[in-house]
Design a protein around this ligand. Structure first.
Ligand code: ADP
Length: 309
């Protein structure tokens, strides 16, 4: 199912820009009570971070995928990241190593009873991918058919980088699309609604913080707020997802729950990757959102994203 949209143009790559981290995954039978001791069923390290996960899923779905982001140089973590990208065929030649900083880590508690994921992130001293680092990397924009940004707290740098991509695209006549994800429920990220991206993926958490009670209200409100022609897409957990282009009708789809919900971690990253893939292959907005919900729903029935293959 995951590969049902077969790739016809795999020459150009989809570039995901943002975080790569180490996830420390531990599964518990039931969610622990604060200030108690309990045992977990398993623990392991793996590569996470929204943009890194977007790249891995895109590659698993048959796309040529590239990753750009800053990374610390903790030896065994950096090796795990490079080995993982290599294993999935993700091009990481634009990854920027920052010597003297550790790779950020996220502790993820997966609850077997509900499939919920609770994450605590430690960023440490690693610098963000600033606008000057982004432009200093001198990307070859002719290689990409889509450039996706994970919106970071330093939204100004993300905004400037998106504007730079737009300027390059317009001045050189490149055909790539630009998207950005607004995930964190932080009022600062509201500024990214004004960015010149073609698609803006907006999380349920951010939408609720902005006062929207459901996905239809969210896409109706956000689509009036963004620039003309921009499409907003709101994945809404087990309710599915909705999308709307400024000036057009909204589309929506219910979720596609698996037989058993095993682990919802990475559902959002999977959703975005699958939606981008479908849109790259000229799917209509409603087909793309439906496909994205199907793939993300399938992920919820799996422990790890690499089982999607
Ligand atoms: P995240 O919490 O990882 O950001 P979301 O909650 O936004 O992810 O969900 C993204 C998509 O994943 C949803 O639009 C939906 O299609 C799918 N999804 C998430 N949770 C479930 C679930 N419990 N059952 C089925 N599909 C789900």
């Amino acid at each position: 199912m995951a590969k049902s949209l077969e790739s016809s143009d795999n020459v150009l790559s989809i570039l995901s820009i943002g975080l790569v981290v180490i996830d420390i995954m531990t599964e518990v039978e039931t969610y622990p009570v604060e200030d108690t001791k309990s045992r977990s069923n398993s623990i392991h390290e793996r590569v996470g971070g929204n943009a890194a996960s977007n790249s891995i899923v895109l590659s698993l779905l048959g796309e040529k995928a590239s990753f750009m982001g800053v990374v610390g140089t903790t030896k065994h973590h950096l090796e795990l990241i490079k080995d993982t990208f290599s294993k999935y065929g993700v091009d990481y030649s634009s990854m920027i190593e920052c010597a003297g900083h550790a790779v950020p880590q996220t502790v993820c508690i997966i609850c077997k009873e509900t499939g919920s994921r609770t994450c605590v992130h430690y960023r440490g001293s690693l610098p963000e991918l600033s606008f000057s680092i982004f432009t200093g990397a001198s990307l070859n924009f002719s290689l990409y058919k889509w450039i996706h940004f994970e919106g970071r707290y330093d939204y100004q740098d993300t905004h400037l980088s998106i504007q730079h991509c737009r300027d390059v695209k317009d001045s050189k006549g490149y055909d790539f699309k630009i998207s950005v994800e607004i995930e964190k429920a932080s009022a600062k990220l509201e500024r990214l609604l004004d960015s010149p991206a073609d698609y803006i993926f907006i999380s349920k958490d951010f939408s609720i913080m902005m006062g929207y009670a459901d996905m239809m209200q969210a896409v109706a409100g956000f689509s009036q707020r963004v620039k003309s022609g921009v499409t907003v897409v709101c994945p809404w957990g087990s309710s599915g997802a909705a999308a709307q282009t400024n000036g057009a009708e909204a589309v929506w789809t219910p979720a596609f729950p698996p037989k058993e919900t095993v682990n919802t971690l990475g559902a959002g990253d999977t959703f975005i990757a699958a939606c981008i893939k479908a849109l790259c292959h000229s799917s209509s907005l409603s087909t793309a959102v439906r496909y994205a919900c199907q793939v993300a729903g399938a992920k919820c029935g799996l422990r790890e994203i690499d089982q999607l293959s």
